[in-house]
Design a protein around this ligand. Structure first.
Ligand SMILES: [Zn+2]
Length: 53
């Protein structure tokens, strides 16, 4: 089964759910595709680095 879940908050890409596997990430009530979630995590890491300096 392949169903549309919604759109990525960041890039507006359609996010699907395939056989119960979500092609993205739900975060604080918002939906992100994998790509944007990775980008978001990288930015978070960079921010953490800055805080440590
Ligand atoms: Zn996206």
């Amino acid at each position: 089964m392949y169903e549309k879940v919604g759109h990525c908050t960041e890039c507006d890409k359609t996010v699907y759910c395939e056989d119960g596997f979500l092609d993205g990430v739900h975060h604080e009530g918002e939906l992100f595709c994998w790509k944007c979630d990775q980008k978001r995590n990288l930015q978070k890491l960079e921010n953490d680095e800055e805080l440590r300096q």
